[in-house]
Every structure is written in structure tokens, then in C-alpha cells.
Design a protein around this ligand. Structure first.
Ligand SMILES: C[S@@+](CC[C@H](N)C(=O)[O-])C[C@H]1O[C@@H](n2cnc3c(N)ncnc32)[C@H](O)[C@@H]1O
Length: 292
């Protein structure tokens, strides 16, 4: 994980995509093409047959298991799976709309039966944990993730969570989630990728921020995301696009997750509307609204 310590030293990983069973796999070929075409997503991307040896320092993406698995060069494996652990606890949570994240996105103000009409764009989906929490609170969520590998892990995880052998509460959450492999700026500027039935009510952003904690303190999903994405797109530019969308009424609120001790990405002096903060322990949510 040496390339995560200092974002300025970050170089994108090289990926080998390996279908476990069928060597000729159109999804794997598409992913290689997509990776090579996405700016800063990889230093190389190759298709490998199951019996080929992995070149040194390559990350391996194994397709064809229950869920795709990403394996970094030190052998540590990770995937996204909403059917167990914290995500499944979310499905059973009491009053999930009262959680600080759901309150920041305005979900608590909507009657429970109407919450599925409250559409949140999670513009920085990552592993989709926050997006899953918002869907567990009842909202419909579009997960927007520009990195092709993260995006395909999300698609596979959502699909697996809708399987008939999964518990009904988990299935219901997954059915409220859509994944888009896009830059959120393009989604906000060009509404075409969003079906008309999913006009957005709120935009949520959880941008990458410099990691000041020791790597041992960073949980596995975030270690993987940091190594895959590095510093990521400039969050202030992304927020500026979000605030433009707010001014054009494309969304009714924009929420940014920040470390509790960091300043706002765009401070009140530079925003003519309201800026409200909701504390949630180590993090806080900055809620940008139009003037009253
Ligand atoms: C800190 S992570 C988000 C973690 C996420 N909230 C979760 O619960 O897993 C930020 C993610 O946003 C993605 N991202 C950053 N800027 C983006 C942009 N402009 N458009 C789409 N995705 C973006 C990065 O690739 C990364 O996966």
C-alpha cells in the first residue's frame, strides 16, 4: 500500500482481469477497454486466462465467483457484499431515517411511505456504504462512481443483494439503488443518464481527503479505494458543480461529508445560501441550501 501515504506520490495501479472459468468473457474485455479509456484509472489493464501467472505488482480482479474479488499485490482480497455484516445490520436498524446522514439528506422529513420518492444522488459512491445507509433509510439512491472497477463491484453487489435467496429487507434496499459509472459532474450537467422518473432531490458528496491517519487505522474498503483512486477529482470543483445544480433547482440540497476538524470545502462567506452542519462524531455533514 506504499502508494497511499502521500497523494502526490500516488500512481494508479496496473490491473489484470481474470475470468475464473471462461477465458473469453465479454464483460472482462469491456472492463479492460473502459479502464484504459478512463483518465488516471490504471497504469495498465490486461486480460488474463485462469492458468496464466500474474505479472509482479499487478492487481488481480477475479470474475466469475459469486461476487468479483479484487486482490492487491500483497495477496489481500476485497469485494463489496451487502448481504452480511454492517450492511445487513442496516437493513434491520430501528428508525434509520433518524441517523445523522439520513437527517442531513432530509429523509427524516418525509413520511415513511413517501421516502422512496426522495431521490439522492450519491456522487462519490466508493464502496457504497453511505449510499446503502441512505437507501436503508428509505430513499431511492443513484450511486455515481467514475472508477470502472469500483463501479463494477457495486453493480455486482447490488445485483447479488436482489437475489431471491436474500432476506426481504436487504432485497428491498437493493431495489432502491441504481449504479452509474460516470463522473458526477457529467451527471449534473447532462441529465440524460438519469431516467426522468428519478429527478434528484439531494446530492451527497464524500470526496477523498488526504489521509492523516496511520494506514492501520484505515478500514480495508478505504485502503482499497485510496489505492485505486489516489487523491481523485478535485472536490472543490465537484462541489461548485453541485452548488450550480442547487441554484438551477436540479437538486434541493447538497451535503458534503467532512472530518469533524476540517474546514468546509466552500465556507459560508463564499456561499450566498444557508450552510448548516450536522455533527456525527468523527465526521460532520455540511448541508448547503438555497437562501430562505
Ligand atoms: C471517500 S470515497 C466515498 C466512500 C463512500 N461514501 C462509501 O460509503 O463507501 C470517494 C469515492 O468517490 C469517487 N469519486 C471522487 N470524485 C468523483 C467524481 N467527480 N465523480 C464520481 N466519482 C467520484 C472516488 O472514486 C471514490 O471511490
Amino acid at each position: 500500500m506504499s502508494n497511499t501515504k502521500n497523494p502526490s506520490e500516488w500512481t494508479p495501479p496496473a490491473f489484470a482481469i481474470q475470468p475464473v472459468t471462461a477465458p473469453a468473457n465479454p464483460a472482462a474485455e469491456d472492463l479492460v477497454t473502459q479502464l484504459l479509456a478512463t483518465s488516471n484509472a490504471c497504469s495498465d489493464a490486461i486480460l488474463m486466462s485462469p492458468d496464466e501467472a500474474l505479472p509482479p505488482h499487478y492487481w488481480l480482479l477475479q470474475l466469475g465467483n459469486d461476487l468479483p474479488r479484487l486482490i492487491r499485490p500483497d495477496g489481500t482480497a476485497w469485494n463489496i457484499d451487502y448481504r452480511s455484516g454492517k450492511s445487513q445490520q442496516r437493513a434491520a436498524e430501528h428508525k434509520p431515517a433518524r441517523q445523522p446522514l439520513a437527517r442531513a439528506l432530509g429523509i427524516h422529513k418525509i413520511k415513511a411511505a413517501q421516502r422512496c420518492h426522495w431521490h439522492v444522488i450519491d456522487g462519490t459512491a466508493g464502496a457504497g456504504a453511505d449510499g446503502w445507509q441512505l437507501a436503508a433509510a428509505g430513499a431511492s439512491v443513484t450511486l455515481v462512481e467514475f472508477h470502472p472497477i469500483l463501479s463494477m463491484l457495486l453493480v455486482a453487489a447490488i445485483k447479488a443483494a436482489t437475489d431471491t435467496d436474500v432476506d426481504a429487507a436487504t432485497q428491498a434496499i437493493a431495489q432502491r439503488i441504481t449504479v452509474l459509472n460516470e463522473r458526477v459532474e457529467s451527471v449534473l450537467n447532462n441529465r440524460d443518464p438519469l431516467p426522468p422518473s428519478r429527478a434528484a432531490n439531494a446530492l451527497y458528496l464524500d470526496p477523498m481527503y488526504p489521509n492523516r491517519r496511520s494506514s492501520a487505522a484505515v478500514k480495508k474498503p478505504m485502503q482499497f479505494i485510496q489505492a485505486l483512486v489516489g487523491p481523485g477529482p478535485d472536490p472543490i470543483t465537484v462541489l461548485q458543480q453541485g452548488l450550480k445544480a442547487l441554484q438551477h433547482s436540479t437538486v434541493a440540497r447538497v451535503v458534503v461529508k467532512r472530518p469533524s476538524n476540517a474546514s468546509a470545502l466552500i465556507v459560508q462567506q463564499n456561499w450566498h445560501g444557508q450552510l448548516v452542519t450536522i455533527d456525527a462524531g468523527a465526521v460532520r455533514f455540511d448541508v448547503y441550501l438555497l437562501p430562505n
